[in-house]
Design a protein around this ligand. Sequence first.
Ligand code: SF4
Ligand code: SF4
Length: 112
Amino acid sequence: MTYVVTDNCIKCKYMDCIEVCPVDCFYEGENMLVIHPDECIDCGVCEPECPADAIKPDTEPGLEKWLELNTEYASKWPNITAKKDPPGDAKEFDGVEDKLEKYFSAEPGTGD
Ligand code: SF4
Ligand code: SF4
């Protein structure tokens, strides 16, 4: 198994998760992060740290598309190990539905 980043991270990207990950397996897109499934050691410490409740174990039902998305973009986006400022409008987007369809960006972030 692995943990995966899901819909509500998009345009929220608070980045609290990065600070606690013992193996630095977060990767940065323009407006969300993903977890590298082969690097994640399933410790679970990031899940309760996410203010947007966006991190889930992939053992939860219905997360197949998120496992695919995390896997694909972890190999395309740069590694990020230090927290930066979240987007100024992060709170406005917290809880908005269907962010993948509406707002997902495949562009990479800047990483560390
Ligand atoms: S803490 Fe949550 S919202 Fe913030 S970057 Fe990590 S997964 Fe995304
Ligand atoms: S479960 Fe642990 S190893 Fe996996 S991303 Fe979260 S903090 Fe990192």
